[in-house]
Design a protein around this ligand. Structure first.
Ligand SMILES: O=C(CO)COP(=O)(O)O
Length: 222
């Protein structure tokens, strides 16, 4: 089995920018080395290169647009994300929804550029649809629990279990992550015991006074 994976989405929280982004990335690097858990970070676009340049942890974009180089203005070009040192990208985050056709086009760009793809979904039906498009990961995040402080692992373990079954039924090569309200080692353990390979999270680490101690707790039971 692959090592467990924790992906920290810094969103556009002010606590996840500038020197705070460096503090979180440094903490993630330390805890990843100590624990053997893979800990990635998804900073704002302008911080992709500083993060990929300074730290050994994998760096992910929060979004790409389904475009090729050419006459587009104000878009996120997948090639730019790649050249900024990103290992992969989120696609279709709840806070950055795309159409199914756009998700497919983003996945084609990600494959062309060898960017790992993490397609976010909101329920088990969309998890199955996303799996049919062949991403590396599907990340199931019930929108109503995102940023709520209430963990999907505890409030709705059924959605994790159903999504794992839905994804594996469609394409057993796709790995499943879950997220929304993940805040402790217990939440991560429940997610892994339900068949995911890890978690996608934001506020519990980004807004913490001491991100390193939260990360230590998150990896403590796996
Ligand atoms: O949207 C999320 C990660 O992409 C989850 O956010 P929270 O961890 O703040 O609930």
């Amino acid at each position: 089995m692959d090592s467990p994976f924790i992906l920290i989405n810094l969103k556009t929280y002010k606590e996840g920018m500038g020197s705070n982004a460096h503090r979180i990335a440094a903490a993630a690097e330390t805890v990843a080395k100590e624990s053997g858990v893979v800990i990635g970070i998804a900073p704002t676009f302008t911080e992709l290169h500083p993060m990929s340049h300074h730290y050994s942890i994998p760096v992910y974009a929060q979004h790409i647009d389904p475009i090729s180089p050419g006459a587009h203005t104000g878009h996120i070009l997948p090639e730019s994300v790649r050249s900024a040192g990103a290992r992969g990208t989120l696609i279709n985050h709840s806070e950055r929804r795309l159409t199914l056709a756009d998700i497919d086009a983003c996945l084609q760009a990600a494959r062309r550029l060898r960017l790992e793809s993490v397609v976010c979904t909101n329920n088990d039906a969309t998890s199955a649809a996303a799996a049919a498009l062949g991403p590396d990961y599907v990340a199931i995040e019930p929108p109503e629990l995102i940023g709520s402080g209430v963990s999907v692992s505890k409030a709705d373990p059924g959605i994790i279990e159903r999504s794992v079954n839905a994804v594996l039924g469609v394409n057993p090569n796709v790995k499943v992550l879950t997220g929304a309200g993940i805040q402790s080692g217990e939440c991560v353990k429940i997610a892994i015991d339900l068949g995911t390979c890890g978690v996608l999270l934001a506020s519990s680490v980004v807004k913490a006074e001491d991100p390193e101690s939260v990360l230590r707790d998150l990896v403590s039971l796996i």
